[in-house]
Write a protein that binds this ligand. Structure first.
Ligand code: ADP
Length: 474
């Protein structure tokens, strides 16, 4: 753990294992309530001076951290593959994406503008200034163990906030590597603090209840996000929530079905389906169903599962056995209710995959609203295809979910694409595009997918308060 500029170890530890083969990797400290308190105290004390640094000083440190990430890209990616399981190429992409946030906010921090507002009184001026919220408690997930850290820590530090971060219990090593970078970059003691803990509950409680913490930023499941939001509300804390999704992908008859199948096969199986923007329901207009399925099935059939360190592997392990069981259950339920299985549909248990949590890349079609997979987030390598006839029907089906994070549209008809874009209740929409994410673009969801946005100009606003001065001018 990294508290007040020092690395701490403890007698109590927990183990980190490789999800591809079950191998033990390392023991990490298991924080006690004393450590949580110390970390919050350190961030609170450091805030007094950190808030007074200039945006230019903060920018220089973030820029340095970005440089270090780029220098250590390969090592960070290899650690990520061992700890989290994604193929090395995907891990390299994630390190780059994660570094982008440090660079973006190193710049954006210099553009935190206030404004002056004319008053109705001739002897008065209004002056609006932005200032950092204060100590930020950050909780991050395991599926993007580096970029979810920089996406929160980058804007928080740029804004002048200090941070206590708790990473997911399955990926603390990536977080430790990132904090070594923050240390090397030269952030003063107490500005960024890391606590590792197997049981997340006491950390969540402290972040919601401790009056020194002014803001909670969370990425994870909707269930946990709601719980934390309720508790944070009791103390009127500011929150940002990046929660679950159930992304629809709409493939219209005026799209190229082969191009759509290619794109959706890439984004569906990204991170083995363990991404909140992963398409959960692929809605396909009946006229193009046959060529679409043929191409998608061919591509899924060619995907190689295995250890992400091995060349050519596209499908890594799921994070743990519970995740595999959840996928098994959704597929069984769908098949029992009449879905057709075109690829996969089983756990992978060949000797070369022993000890790992693998599920075969799977294609289900004829999926209907009564199936679990139609409503529950999948978080696994299963593409669920649903036929539709009209645009109106497709839009209604797409919005028929409590989630509102990402959606995808495939159509070559501009009017239709715009109509559907405007009708979809989702925060991030790819139009003939499967990667609508960037440090420069606002990421976040509507409905039960969360509150607030990360990245872009909006990303730093989440860490700023607005202060008004009414000034009498004699
Ligand atoms: P996922 O399905 O991605 O594992 P979780 O919401 O369980 O989603 O986990 C995301 C992050 O939230 C992790 O860092 C985890 O430790 C943390 N977390 C889980 N439950 C709680 C809780 N009750 N209070 C605070 N943090 C929690």
């Amino acid at each position: 753990m990294y508290i007040n500029g020092s690395w701490l170890s403890t007698d109590q530890t927990f183990d980190v294992t490789n999800p591809a083969n079950g191998e033990f990797i390392e023991k990490v400290p298991d924080a006690t309530s004393v450590h949580i308190d110390q970390a919050i105290g350190a961030a609170h004390n450091a805030f007094a001076s950190w808030r007074r640094t200039t945006a230019y000083e903060r920018s220089n440190l973030l820029y340095r951290a970005w440089q270090l990430m780029m220098e250590q890209k390969r090592a960070l990616a290899e650690l990520m593959t061992r700890e989290q399981g994604k193929p090395l190429k995907a891990a390299l992409n994630e390190v780059q994406y994660g570094a982008d946030f440090l660079l973006w906010f190193a710049e954006e921090g210099k553009r935190v503008y206030g404004r002056s507002i004319p008053s109705a009184r001739p002897d008065q001026r209004f002056w609006v200034q932005k200032q950092p919220v204060g100590v930020v408690g950050a909780i991050t997930p395991w599926n993007y163990p580096v970029s979810m850290i920089t996406r929160k820590v980058g804007p928080a530090l740029a804004a002048g906030c200090t941070v206590v971060l708790k990473p997911a219990e399955s990926t603390p090593l990536c977080a430790m590597a990132m904090f070594r970078i923050f240390e090397q970059a030269g952030f003063p003691g107490g500005v960024v603090n890391l606590i590792t803990k197997q049981d997340p509950v006491p950390v969540g409680t402290a972040f919601c209840e401790d009056p020194r913490v002014r803001k909670l930023t969370f990425t994870g499941s909707t269930a946990v996000g709601k719980l934390l939001n309720e508790r944070a509300a009791r103390n009127m804390k500011r929150v940002s929530m990046e929660l679950g999704g159930h992304a629809p992908a709409l493939v219209f008859a005026d799209a190229d079905p082969v191009h759509a199948a290619k794109g959706l096969s890439l984004v569906k199986f990204l991170n083995t389906g363990q991404a909140c923007i992963s398409p959960n329901r692929i809605l396909v207009q009946r006229e193009v169903m046959a060529p679409f399925l043929e191409e998608l099935s061919k591509r899924i059939g060619a995907m190689k599962a295995g250890n992400g360190m091995d060349e050519g592997v596209r499908i890594g392990p799921l994070i743990n056995d519970l995740a595999v069981r959840k996928v098994e259950n959704q597929v069984k339920d769908a098949v029992a209710r009449g879905a057709r299985l075109l690829n996969g549909g089983e756990r992978l248990q060949t000797p070369d995959l022993a000890g790992g949590h693998f599920y075969a890349p799977t294609l289900l079609t004829d999926v209907t609203p009564d199936m679990l997979i139609y409503r529950e987030e999948t978080f696994g390598p299963v593409a669920a295809v649903v036929p539709f006839d009209t645009e109106e029907e497709a839009l209604a089906m797409a919005n028929d979910t409590r989630y509102g994070l990402a959606a995808y549209i495939y159509s070559e008809n501009l009017s239709r694409a715009m109509r559907v874009f405007e009708g979809l209740d989702f925060g991030i929409i790819g139009i003939n595009d499967i990667n609508p994410t960037s440090a420069a673009a606002p990421f976040g969801g509507m409905k039960e997918s969360g509150l607030g946005r990360e990245g872009a100009q909006e990303g730093i606003e989440e860490y700023l308060e607005t202060k008004l001065g009414g000034i009498a001018v004699a």
